[in-house]
Design a protein around this ligand. Structure first.
Ligand SMILES: Cc1ncc(COP(=O)(O)O)c(C=O)c1O
Length: 621
């Protein structure tokens, strides 16, 4: 394909194309730069392509406005060779993320490399600190941003555990686009006085934001923006800066969306330290951190574990190659101890407990159980703990076999419902909602609805079919308000961290339902539906209506299991069981029994550590 035919006008609200498309766009620019350098295209073509790409690049810290300006200058000076070198350097740095490393700036300037390829002031010495970007929403004119960026960079200290670049935007819409487009953003500073509309064309956003009031007063729009950002990217730390109404703002319960509120005149260093502290809080991995310390300590073990600290490996001529293959740290970290901060998976009170609490926060659950024998075990635990003999479970016939074993253990009576067949693709879809509702209505007609305890579904299937989890739960709760939902998200754990997929996850939907049930509108909607359906609606009427539950009756009880090892960086068999259940206290003891039933008394420490670490990574660092 000719480089000149590849350009598309970039739109900043094309969120689904995401970071991958960005690297592609740089590669395309590289092609145009190469064509210009070899004389097969004009400088004007390159400048047009660069100008288009620069619109998207406004939302990224690297290469940033300074390097983009240098590129423009180099093109304006008609220096095709230098321009090509610079584009090549940036494209490579983006593709490999090498720009995130602290490299010696002088070294980067040597030889053939492009001057100023690395973000300025990243320090010297090649020590690599985790990198992120901080979004600054401001009313300050764009002409002052370079000076402001310099001020932020001047705050960097060798002691800082992380390094970040500031990214500036001037409007509500641009702030939204920035957090959607740029996954490296980990913190947001919202100043007062920003505009509502982007200066770019954002038709997608305009339809979404049609209901928003763009003439809100400054304080309200600050909070509104903070809420919108937090809803889309719950892991972000948000800092609000106010010129005058700090106490008033801090007193507003809606302001709890912010990690901290600052006087705009306060020391910038305070804000810098707060940002680093916020990221540090998520960076912590209590169990893994302690495991690293444990491995470094000169511990003599008297446990029956010959492999601990590599003793039986490195002294043996016969298996030393295993030690060499895996490295000694693995064996230094092997232990059967539950002391020294390693905690017990069976009854966690220390670092495992903390790690589970952090995972609960990250996944939007109330509680998390780490499981070291796969989701096969998480499912058995959940079913065993929640089901009493004789309880009916409505379950997808194509569910994973662990559910069946769970039913056997708990004495459940499964009522199988059929998934939507997609024979032309040799696969099954999800179970149609109508089928699930019909099953509930049939049981009601038979006088057995009170025995139905749980709806147990696979979200997503191996082939990628996902449910409208919110709708399924709301409509089922409208028929039986105390149903428990078990969503087997073995393949879908990662979805929590995508703004697009989160609403389709068990926890994403449960949080949305919980928030909606609190609104007075929930009761109004229910009353309206009741008057429309009448006192004794037919099955057809109930099947054909999008039902809403009675908020006064609902007991929201949602469980999710996920194979963290399938979609995140956990070692094989690393799994989590997530709980969001208003009545958890009534089953907590059974869950502990289920843990005792299924967990080994010798759980694998590396697996637990990898669950802790997987959570850290998914919180985008
Ligand atoms: C839907 C579903 N649930 C549960 C499991 C079991 O998960 P694990 O392999 O983590 O035990 C699988 C495994 O493939 C699965 O596909």
């Amino acid at each position: 394909m000719s480089s000149e035919t590849q350009h598309r006008e970039p739109r900043i609200d094309q969120f689904l194309s995401g970071p991958g498309a960005r690297v592609d766009r740089w590669r395309e620019l590289l092609d145009v730069a190469a064509a210009w350098s070899s004389g097969t295209t004009s400088r004007a073509k390159f400048e047009t392509a660069l100008a288009e790409l620069s619109i998207l690049e406004e939302f990224f810290g690297y290469p940033g406005p300074r390097m983009l300006a240098a590129l423009q200058e180099s093109a304006a000076a008609d220096d095709a060779r230098t321009t090509l070198r610079m584009v090549r350097g940036i494209a490579a740095a983006l593709a490999t993320r090498s720009f995130q490393r602290e490299l010696d700036v002088d070294q980067a300037n040597e030889g053939d490399s492009v001057p100023d390829l690395m973000p300025p002031a990243l320090g010297k010495g090649g020590r690599r600190r985790p990198y992120f970007e901080t979004l600054i929403v401001t009313g300050v004119p764009a002409a002052n941003w370079p000076a402001l960026a310099a001020e932020w960079r001047n705050l960097r200290r060798p002691l800082d555990a992380f390094i970040y670049e500031p990214v500036f935007v001037a409007s509500f819409e641009d702030a939204f686009c920035a957090i959607m487009l740029n996954p490296a953003i980990a913190a947001v500073v919202v100043n007062e006085g920003f505009e509502f509309r982007s200066r770019h064309d954002v038709p997608v956003l305009r339809t979404l934001s049609a209901s928003m009031n763009e003439h809100e007063s400054s304080g309200t729009s600050t909070l509104r923006l903070a809420h919108v950002l937090k809803r889309v990217r719950p892991e972000l730390d948000i800092y609000l800066l106010s010129n005058h109404r700090v106490e008033e703002m801090a007193g507003n319960p809606k302001a709890n969306v912010a990690r901290r509120i600052f006087y705009a005149v306060e020391e910038l260093l305070e804000l810098h330290l707060a940002i680093l502290e916020g990221v540090q809080d998520r960076f912590e991995t209590p169990f893994f951190d302690n495991m690293k310390k444990y491995a470094q300590r000169p511990i003599g073990t008297f446990h029956a574990l010959p492999i601990a600290r590599g003793k039986s490996i490195f002294k043996s001529d016969w298996i030393r190659d295993m030690g060499e293959f895996y490295g000694e740290t693995l064996f230094l970290a092997e232990s059967s101890a539950t002391t020294g901060g390693l905690d017990s998976l069976l009854e966690p009170t220390g670092n495992i407990k903390k790690a589970q609490e952090m995972a609960a926060r990250a996944f939007g659950a109330d509680h998390v159980f780490f499981v070291t024998n796969g989701t096969s075990t998480s499912n058995k635990m959940a079913v065993q703990a929640l089901i009493a003999p004789g309880d009916i479970v409505i379950v997808d016939r194509n569910c994973h076999k662990s559910h069946h074993y769970g039913f056997v253990l708990g004495g459940a009576q499964p009522l199988y419902v059929e998934a939507f067949p997609m024979t032309e693709y040799s696969m099954y879809g999800a179970v149609p909602l109508r089928t699930i509702k019909q099953a509930l209505l049939n049981l009601r007609a038979e006088g057995r609805l009170d025995r139905v305890k749980m709806v147990d579904l696979t979200n997503c299937t191996f082939d990628g079919h996902i449910y409208n989890t919110r709708r399924v739960m709301e409509e089922c709760l409208a028929i039986k308000p105390d149903l428990i939902f078990l969503w087997d998200e073995a393949w879908f754990g990662f979805a929590r961290f995508s703004p697009f997929l989160r609403p389709r996850t068990a926890m994403g939907a449960a949080n949305e339902i919980e928030a909606c049930l609190r609104e007075p509108q929930a009761l109004t909607n229910y009353e309206k539906q009741r008057s429309e359906l009448g006192a004794d609606p037919s099955d057809d009427a109930l099947l054909n209506k999008r039902l809403v539950p009675d908020p006064r009756q609902v007991r929201l009880r949602v469980y999710q299991t996920n194979s963290t090892h399938k979609s995140m960086s956990a070692l094989r068999q690393g799994s989590m069981l997530l709980v969001k259940d208003v009545d958890f206290h009534t089953v907590e003891a059974q869950f502990h029994e289920a843990v005792f039933t299924h967990a080994s008394t010798s759980p694998n420490q590396q697996l637990i550590a990898s669950l802790d670490v997987a959570r850290r990574q998914m919180e985008r660092l």
